[in-house]
Design a protein around this ligand. Sequence first.
Ligand code: UP5
Ligand code: MG
Length: 189
Amino acid sequence: PKKKNNHVVFVLGGPGAGKGTQCANIVRDYNFTHLSAGDLLRAHMKSGTEDGNMVAQMIKDGKIVPSAVTVKLLLNAMADSKSNRFLIDGFPRNKENRDAWVSEAGYDCDFVLMYDCTEEVMLERLLGRNEGRTDDNVESIKKRFVTFRESSVPVVEFYETLGKVRKVDAIATPEEVYEKTKESFAQFE
Ligand code: UP5
Ligand code: MG
């Protein structure tokens, strides 16, 4: 059920494109609540349940967790929040994710913010990150790239047919990327 005046922006882009980095900037300046689907799934995988163990294995393999799991985590986090502006980072990763979202949430999104980056640059960024993520190794990263190409690029293309995609070149300094990002948030000043 749509909460009154809810705003949802999906933040997409390949692994290491800089989604989390830019979401932190947007949250600071535009009064949005950041919901990273990956962060919610990583918390869920530490639950020690059978479901959590499945999520852990899928993340290591760069696979997309079943929509029912992810959508439930997102909707629960939204219900717990008093905000009505949400940045949903790293979701939807395929068309099935998107369709499950629309049917469960009862609405789609305001727009899709898409960070465009080459695999070469993303690989370098991910290998330079040191957060102990189980999927930040060359083997997992290659699998994440394949999943992004095969499943996530098509959902971005689907949103392009709806005219909802705002693309930002992610190959620049974080400050430069944020300057471009802000152009998409003028309506929220
Ligand atoms: N960095 C950032 N911007 C930079 C810049 N402009 N110049 C130089 N360096 C820059 O950035 C990555 C690194 O690069 C950092 O060290 C940063 O300082 C630097 P970050 O902002 O973390 O990039 P981000 O795009 O957020 O990368 P992340 O690794 O989080 O992206 P993924 O999409 O791979 O990860 P996510 O957490 O979304 O998903 C992980 C897994 O969960 C998926 O592979 C999948 O298995 C599962 N998942 C689902 O199944 N369903 C979902 O809906 C979501 C996730
Ligand atoms: Mg991230």
